[in-house]
Structure formats: C-alpha cells, structure tokens
Design a protein around this ligand. Sequence first.
Ligand code: SAM
Length: 267
Amino acid sequence: MISVLDEHGFAMSKKFGQNFLLPLSIREKIVSQMGTIEGRSIFEIGPGLGAITSVMLEKGAFVRAFEIDHGFAQILRSEAFADEERFSLVEGDALKTLFKETERPDLIVGNLPYNVGSLIIGDIIERGLLPERMVFTLQKEVVERMCAQEGGKEYSSFSVLSQLDYDVSYSFTIARTAFYPQPNVDSAVVVMKKKADSVIEKGEREKFFLLLRTLFSQRRKTIKNNLGRIIQDRDQLKEVLEKAGIDEKERAENLSLKDIVRLMRCY
Ligand code: SAM
C-alpha cells in the first residue's frame, strides 16, 4: 500500500486524518467483529485505499463506501474495485452524504479519522440511522469515552449518546505502529451492538438530546445550574429534580442513562 501511495504521489492529508492500517491480520480481526457479513449491506466510512473494504468484499459483503478524498475515490472507482459489482462509492464528506442515502445498511464500519470520528458517530445516532451493528477504529481515548460508565472521569455526554441505542464494548487495542504514517496516539476498536429494546420512544428523542446537551453543557456546574437553561422557573426545577429523585447538587457525570431518561420524563 505504501508503494501505491508513493506511486500516486499522495501526500497524506492531516486534515482528513489519513493513517492507513497495514497488517492484514488486524484488518481481518476488525472485520470479524462484524459477525457474518456474507450478503449483508455495509456502509464503510473513509475506505482510503480499501484496506478494510477488500477484506469485506472477499467475504461476500455488499459495500457502499463514503470517501472524501478525490484522489482515493478515483483509485477505488477506476482501479481497485472497478470490476467489483458488490462495491459502490459515494464521494464527499460522509457527515453530509451518509444522511442522503435512502437505503439503510445492516452494518456500518470505519477506521475513522480522529477529528471527525465522534462527530460522525454522534450524527448517526442523533439522526437515527441506527444499523444493527457498528464497528469503528478510533483513537483509544475516544473508545474509552464511549464505553465509560457514570462516575468515571472519561464519562461524558458522548458516553451516554453512544450507549443510548447500543451495547458498546472495547474490543481491542491497535498500536500506533500498525499505521502508515504512524500517528502519535494508539487506536482501539469499538463494537456497538443495537439493543433489542429501545430505552426511549421515537417521539422522545429530540427532548432527550436537548436534555443531554444541557446537562453536560458546563461540566463543573451542578445539574440544577445547567438545567436552569431549559427549566427557568425555579420552583418547577426543584419539583422536577425531587420527582426524579436527583439531588440538586449532583453533577451530570454521576447520572446514569437510566437517571437521565427518568429525569426527562419528569417535565
Ligand atoms: N480505511 C482506511 C484504512 O483503514 O487504512 C483509511 C483510514 S484513514 C484513518 C481515514 C479515511 O477517512 C481517509 O481515507 C480519509 O480520506 C477519509 N475521510 C476523512 N474525513 C472524511 C469524511 N468527512 N468523510 C468521508 N471520508 C473521510
């Protein structure tokens, strides 16, 4: 792969978070986290030169790839997978293109650029794309945040968002040396399996997202202070917290997903 990159005179773009995964064994291990993929439809975000794509195609999957880099898109389309009927490509920013799709995938996979990884995952959840399973390679710290439980220092609104519709698990670590060019952080693979039952109703989602953003808007502030932005009446605010059984001096980092859902249903 390094030779293809050199041959085409590619200068890796920091802006697009381009670090390519080299060892086949690791790429296969990532794909194996997706379960049986033969005949399944998969969206891949940021295929690059197709390192993970080729493994999925070999296993009989239908892959629709979303790539922002024009040079890579051309290689994928006209060289790498030109004769592959189960491959299709959408060129452009996945943050926009993903949500214009009319078909829903069974699975989503991506070795995501560090800078947009959490944005893309957040959008997938907030905009309700919600495939049965997602497998992402991300900066290790981001995966730790996604898996964090209340009370820990990694716990954030992104942890809650990640766990709203999915059982999220830290699968394995990938050392920085597995990438070219070598980034200065390690990566990890996160597996997100859709929960059998939704924690909240469809009609509650907007309210939930607003509450979540508000609760974590200023980490150092108490829940009462942050909530004051959406419940201005002080007496009502006090009542809501009492009804939800939440101490007004508590901070959002100590609230579980269940606590937040209960709080949402009290106003
Ligand atoms: N999948 C390849 C691999 O594992 O070797 C490449 C992974 S590289 C970390 C990230 C890829 O995402 C690059 O190909 C980059 O051009 C692409 N990318 C970055 N931002 C993107 C965006 N907003 N939408 C779609 N692709 C993007």
